[in-house]
Write a protein that binds this ligand. Structure first.
Ligand code: IVH
Length: 670
């Protein structure tokens, strides 16, 4: 390809990716499937790799992360990053308005906004390209976290429309609750310390050295102020709307995230609305911010030493209740990690009755200095279960400190605490019932072996009756053993045995995930399966080979090696092998290119193959799998229970619908 046309091609793909990205993340619509999007991104990555002379710091490939910052540079803010003065009552808001009126006799227009609970960021754009992103720091200088900020999909790398030549935009980077809770659930499962709240973890994430990890975490950002000289806008509201036109994610007027008003009543209505409804938001807010709209009025009002006179924050009172700590349960997870959970005297907190609260680990109990029968303050944040934030010393009845357990509450084995880890562990993983059950539950879960007809209660019965001792024993279960269990009838027994049998076709990468090696989640299992192809190769892989694999760091490499050093794990693998599970990836050598250039969507339930097998078959025969139907889709492989909306879409776009039998004929060698 001629240099000129490569450059043009790169530029065109960048433009298209930026456009699709904005559509998807800011406007919540999409024109292409995830697959097509990923294809475009990989094509761009490849072109940029082959042609470093056309590299660009604002290329969408920067969103994937990968840049490592060992130490963040400190830079001075061009405009000081001030804070807002806080108010807590209507009276204080009225006082503020009265003070404003002394400056002007004209009617004041206000803009009410949410006060996002995250970390402030200032982002500079020069000629429409993101050049630097700086944290608040001490207000006069902050840290340069550009590479990390570029991974946030709602922050445009390149602007469109009529933007100022050189300006700074400020906003709040936050952790969407769904992402935050998922991250904590994963950390909990992997025996790592959980994050205390979304704000702190947003702040911690922004300062991670590896921008790839930042990219995975899924931070988000709302913009709230444009700074620069000779800005064309006359007021704050207009400037926010303009930022929307340039490609930023801005608060939506329709959702009442931002509102213009010229009265105290309007302001109070906004405050009351969000005080009542904030729990419905997918992110945390800690109040609202009220700003004078007009820029010339803002200028006239000016600043005090710490904050602007033209804006004020109204902080919500955090809902906090006092209740008695009745007892503490120590739960044992599948990895043996112990999690203390407080049993509370039931109490109403923001409309729900709270009976339990998370205590996370021994350090947390120590920090709170909990004594038996203490009265504790409970708050609800973004987490799924509420947390204890303090103790009432006035109501303390005894000085008897709560002692952390030293032995497993179930099997009584002495607990261990590894250096640098937050949790205590029960090391008796072979005999400790909750660990055995937890491991089996993980093994059979949907993303692992997906065994139909087997639920947590049946696992409990199988373990308690000592019919199975580990997940591999499931494969030697007989119908007679199963049907004798409580609440098992002939039909459910048959279903269970059939479900176990069917799981033998589950691909290697999921078997690897199901095995429950510490730190080997779904994604890591996929990477390992792809790289090492079978369990034997993985077993004998050297540390250097492991860490040379994409996304595998030292911690995972050590964990994988340790796993294969344990005799009992080798015995477990032997049983899986005997049972006939897939311990190697489908061989690519058998591949053909019969489906080359064809894009498939797979939907519904199949009898000849599992959905994953179908997808693997499409790919090894040269086809592509997309997640949603578009005009580019060639075939929809439809199984039973395919949703009517997909069916209609396929018909509407004239996409050929085939069943698994027709599909299997397409791939027989000619
Ligand atoms: S305006 C001069 N608007 O709250 C400061 N700030 O103490 C102008 N914040 O550090 C800030 N949501 O990080 C503004 N809608 C919003 C905000 C907001 C959250 C944060 C901001 C600032 C702190 C104020």
């Amino acid at each position: 390809m001629k240099e000129q046309s490569v450059q043009l091609k790169i530029e065109n793909i960048r433009k298209e990716i930026n456009r699709l990205n904005h559509l998807y993340y800011v406007q919540n619509t999409s024109e292409v499937s995830d697959f097509e999007f990923d294809q475009m991104l990989s094509e761009l990555q490849k072109l940029e790799q082959d042609h470093p002379e056309f590299s660009d710091d604002a290329s969408p490939t920067k969103r994937i992360g990968g840049d490592i910052t060992k130490k963040f540079k400190t830079v001075a803010h061009r405009y000081p990053m001030l804070s807002l003065s806080n108010t807590y009552s209507k009276e204080e808001i009225i006082d503020w308005e009265t003070r404003l009126k002394k400056f002007t006799d004209q009617k004041i227009e206000f803009v009410c906004e949410l006060k996002y609970d995250g970390v402030a960021i200032g982002i500079r754009y020069v000629n429409g390209k993101l050049t630097e992103a700086v944290t608040r720091g001490d207000g006069t200088k902050g840290e340069l976290v550009t590479a990390n900020v570029k991974t946030i999909k709602t922050i445009p790398l390149v602007l469109h429309g009529d933007f100022p030549e050189d300006f700074e935009i400020r906003g709040e980077i936050f952790f969407p609750l769904e992402k935050f809770n998922a991250l904590n659930a994963r950390r909990e499962m992997e025996g790592e310390a959980v994050f205390a709240n979304p704000r702190n973890s947003a702040s911690g994430t922004l300062k991670l050295q590896d921008s790839k990890v930042v990219a995975e975490r899924g931070l988000d950002c709302f913009l709230y102020g444009v700074y620069g000289t000779d800005l064309p806008m006359l007021g704050h509201f207009e400037s926010v709307q303009k930022a929307g036109d340039w490609g930023f994610k801005i608060p939506e007027v329709q959702k009442d995230f931002i509102r213009k008003t010229d009265s105290i009543e309007g302001i109070m209505d906004f405050i009351n609305h969000w005080d009542e409804n904030r729990s419905t938001l997918p992110f945390e807010i800690d109040g609202v911010v009220i700003k004078v709209n007009d820029f010339s009025a803002q200028e006239e009002l000016g600043f005090t030493a710490k904050s602007p006179r033209w804006a004020i924050a109204y902080k919500f009172k955090t809902e906090r209740v006092l209740t008695k700590l009745n007892s503490i349960d120590f739960q044992v997870g599948r990895t043996g990690a112990i999690t203390p959970v407080a049993n509370l005297e039931p109490v109403n907190l923001g409309g729900t009755v709270v009976k339990r609260a998370s205590l996370h680990n021994a350090d947390q109990i120590e920090k709170l200095g909990l004594c038996e029968g203490d009265f504790v303050f409970v708050e609800k944040g973004g987490e799924i279960i509420p947390k204890i934030v303090g103790v009432s010393l006035e109501k303390r009845e005894t000085e008897r400190k709560i002692e952390y357990i030293s032995n497993c509450p179930v099997c009584k084995t002495e607990l261990i605490r590894r250096e640098g880890e937050a949790h205590h562990f029960c090391p008796n993983d072979l005999e400790c019932a909750p660990q055995i059950k937890g491991k089996i539950e993980h093994f059979i879960s949907r993303k692992a072996m997906d065994i139909d007809g087997l639920g947590a209660e049946t696992v409990d019965l199988l373990v308690e009756n000592e019919i199975v001792k580990d997940a591999a024993d499931l494969y030697s279960l007989t119908f007679d053993q199963v049907v004798r269990l409580d609440r098992m009838a002939e039909k459910s027994g048959n279903n269970l045995i059939a479900g176990i049998e069917k799981s033998k076709t589950i691909p290697f990468e999921r078997v690897l995930y199901a095995m429950g090696i510490r730190f080997v989640g779904e994604t890591i299992a996929k990477k390992l399966a792809k790289e090492f192809r079978n369990l034997d190769n993985l077993k004998t892989a050297s540390f250097d080979q492991l860490v040379a694999t994409d996304e595998i760091g030292e911690k995972i490499a050590i964990s994988v090696q340790n796993y294969f050093l344990e005799d009992r794990n080798l015995k477990f693998i032997e049983k899986l092998e005997k049972a006939g599970l897939q311990l190697e990836s489908i061989q690519v050598e058998n591949s053909t290119d019969q489906l080359k250039g064809k894009i498939f969507v797979v939907s519904g339930v199949f009898s000849l193959y599992s959905r994953d097998e179908l997808k693997a078959l499409i790919e090894i025969n040269g086809g592509k799998v997309a997640s949603s139907i578009s005009s580019k889709t060639n075939y929809v492989v439809a199984g039973e229970n395919m949703g009517p909306s997909k069916l209609n879409k396929a018909k509407e776009l004239n996409v050929e619908i085939i069943d698994e039998k027709i599909f299997s004929k397409m791939i027989v060698s000619q």
